[in-house]
Unconditional design. Structure first.
Length: 303
């Protein structure tokens, strides 16, 4: 939902200094506290039931379901918890879900008058328009989080092209595991070990029907063994200099499988997965799922 005029934009004082992306703020920096409080209070204004539910989720005691009292009570100890409030609001508001999933944005009368005018937009005063303003606010403030429009919550900001590739893979049979992995690694409360577990399951769901269709208790480890032993029977869509050799695929699967150190609790090498490992695993899994479900990995047709 990011508007095109903001993509890659830098203020004048920084344009000639560096083209490197500015570091993002993990919590709620001082310059974002007041605007975020105002957005929450305005969004919840006139919705006492939703305000009460949000307060219960945040374990905040209110005298009355007052949005302003809610945001002040949450922010007094840790302003970063305001992001949790936003996350809960997006998750609980069924009216917002209706607008996003059913009603949708409306055609704009001005569409086509200029290249930068979109064909559709949210009506003034709608929940969709409010969430769009929230997304713009987070981006302008340099927040590490953005609106996850698909799942109605916040997620860690990721490059748009990367997100699009992952979403394409999520739409396939292994998508349920990949979606869970994505949420576990990029959500407000990351769980790297769970994300890595689900990344493995996603690849297993995509690879086993292709590699070992008759098996009932197969694992990614068995897929790796099969590919290693029968590498001449398979090829990749890109022939490259090695005539479609699956060697790169084998190394990718080996990296994902052997890097799963949290697989055997109590083992000599057991430890929780790190966040950076989980992020890499999820993106690697998205690529592998795409390869296996689109025929990019296939039986070799030539000797």
């Amino acid at each position: 939902m990011t508007s095109p005029e903001t993509a890659g934009w830098q203020p004048l004082s920084r344009r000639d200094i560096s083209t490197r992306e500015e570091a993002l703020f993990e919590g709620v920096p001082n310059h974002l506290v007041r605007p975020l409080k105002a957005w929450i209070a305005e969004y919840l204004d006139g919705h006492p039931k939703l305000t009460g539910r949000v307060a219960l989720r945040m374990k905040v005691v209110l005298d009355t379901p007052d949005p302003e009292q809610l945001v002040e009570a949450v922010a007094v100890g840790d302003p970063s918890l305001l992001l949790d409030v936003v996350d809960v609001v997006l998750h609980l508001d069924r009216g917002l879900w209706w607008e996003l999933d059913v009603a949708g944005p409306e055609p704009l009368m001005e569409a086509g008058a200029a290249d930068w005018i979109p064909d559709f937009g949210w009506p003034k005063g709608s929940k969709g328009a409010a969430v769009e303003s929230l997304d713009d606010m987070l981006m302008d403030a340099g927040s590490a989080f953005e609106v996850d429009w698909r799942h109605k919550r916040l997620q860690r900001r990721v490059d748009g092209s990367v997100t699009a590739a992952a979403e394409q893979a999520m739409g396939m049979d292994a998508g349920r595991h990949l979606q869970t992995a994505w949420s576990a690694v990029y959500g407000r409360q990351p769980d790297p070990s769970k994300a890595y577990d689900e990344a493995i399951r996603a690849v297993e769901a995509a690879a086993i029907p292709v590699m070992l269709p008759k098996g009932k208790t197969e694992t990614l480890g068995k897929v790796l063994t099969h590919l290693t032993d029968a590498d001449r029977k398979w090829e990749l869509a890109i022939a490259g200099p090695s005539d479609g050799s699956v060697a790169p695929l084998i190394e990718m699967i080996r990296l994902l499988w052997k890097g799963h150190v949290a697989r055997h609790a109590g083992g000599p090498n057991f430890r929780p997965q790190r966040q950076d490992e989980a992020q890499m695993a999820v993106h690697l899994a998205a690529t592998l799922v795409h390869w296996f479900t689109t025929g990019a990995v296939r039986p070799r047709t030539s000797g």
